[in-house]
Design a protein around this ligand. Structure first.
Ligand SMILES: [Zn+2]
Length: 377
């Protein structure tokens, strides 16, 4: 991107994410932005922006919301960052704008003022309990939040006549809240635009899906992601990007994460599995958020399975040698079983009885996949 937009009001653009251009977009989002501009004359009343986690969809949707409300958007449809509407928007006080998201995300922002979160992804950071509240903040979008929208929608608008609701991650709408939202989507009030954002289309009610226009945002081009990571000073960008399935923001997050050391220790163990080592490793890793450990193991096992099946590797190409050696010692049925079993573990990782036993069990099951021990015993 060029640097001709240096005249944008720096204060007004204060909530733009690091690593974005002066319009607040990531370098891979240009084509999607253009596509939205083409849809503007006949913009659907509900857009469902979906795609892989950690690619900046939420920031993108926020920029679009701002642009929809801006009084003087530029020729490219970008918000001016200077009008009254933009000023209110970046302060989250625009009277015709509502942002609906789980309380947990508010709590995380509050406890981490300068956080530059990636799409509400909390796998890498682990779940932090609320610092100040006695009750844990909700991970769901709750019915009260959706009900509050009813009043908002029925009021007349203050500015340009448009009102915008940004709701994310849409998969955190609990069932009751989703049904309440459905009513609003069914009877759209004029000039209201809903922007829903999700990583997981398959976790949304089919009725919600059917009321929204889907707007896919795919995996960013690899070369662009790599360049972006490298210019952000991320070392080992290639390996991190592969590990995070091509999602650059997650790769950056993992590079900075304090979990990195623990994940590397886990990978080292996975490369040389064994019963005794499993118990020791479980002991050492028991303080690490389980979701992050299970996710890493899922990727590793996925790679083993893929390697066995088709000779390819997706997440850990930098560990090709170790993976190949392990693949030779395992059989495809065992690996297929492990893929399923680790999916199940992911589902219960939030509520284990004992973290240490959970990890131990996981590593022992993993060790059992390899014939080395069985052949010699
Ligand atoms: Zn503006």
């Amino acid at each position: 991107m060029d640097s001709t937009d240096a005249n944008a009001n720096p204060n007004a653009n204060a909530n733009a994410k690091a690593g974005t251009n002066p319009h607040g977009l990531y370098p891979w989002q240009g084509p999607a932005w253009l596509q939205l501009q083409q849809m503007l004359p006949r913009l659907p009343h509900a857009l469902l922006i979906h795609g892989p986690r950690g690619t900046g969809k939420t920031a993108f949707a926020e920029r679009f919301a701002q642009a929809l409300l801006c009084e003087r958007p530029d020729a490219g449809g970008h918000a001016c960052n200077a009008c009254a509407s933009c000023t209110w928007f970046v302060q989250y006080s625009h009277p015709d704008y509502r942002r609906v998201r789980p309380e947990l995300l508010d709590a995380e922002d509050a406890s981490n003022d300068s956080a530059e979160g990636a799409d509400g992804d909390n796998e890498a950071t682990g779940e932090k309990p609320a610092a100040r509240s006695s009750k844990a903040p909700s991970k769901d979008i709750r019915i009260v939040q959706v009900r509050a929208l009813a009043d908002f929608i029925n009021m007349s608008t203050h500015r340009q006549g448009r009102r915008v609701i940004l709701l994310y991650p849409a998969e955190t709408l609990n069932h009751i809240a989703a049904n309440a939202l459905l009513k609003m989507l069914e009877e759209p009030s004029p000039s209201t635009v809903f922007l829903l954002v999700t990583d997981s289309l398959d976790r949304l009610l089919p009725t919600i899906l059917s009321r929204c226009r889907k707007f896919p945002m795919g995996e960013p081009p690899r070369a662009q992601s790599l360049q972006w990571l490298q210019s952000a000073g991320v070392k080992n960008a290639e390996a991190l990007l592969a590990e995070q399935g091509g999602a650059p923001l997650r790769a950056q997050e993992m590079a900075d994460s304090e979990l990195r050391g623990a994940i590397d220790e886990l990978l080292l163990h996975l490369a040389t599995p064994g019963t005794e080592a499993a118990i020791k490793t479980a002991e050492r890793l028991q303080k690490i958020p389980l979701a992050a450990l299970v996710a890493s193991m899922q990727r590793w096992i996925h790679d083993l399975f893929l390697l066995k099946l088709s000779g390819r590797i997706r997440y850990y190409p930098s560990h090709e040698k170790q993976l190949a050696a392990l693949a030779r010692r395992s059989d495809i049925a065992g690996l297929a079983g492990a893929v399923k079993s680790f999916n199940d573990r992911r589902a219960i990782a939030d509520h284990p009885m004992s973290a240490r036993l959970f990890i131990e069990d996981m590593l022992l099951e993993y060790a059992g996949l390899f014939a080395g021990s069985r052949i010699t015993s």
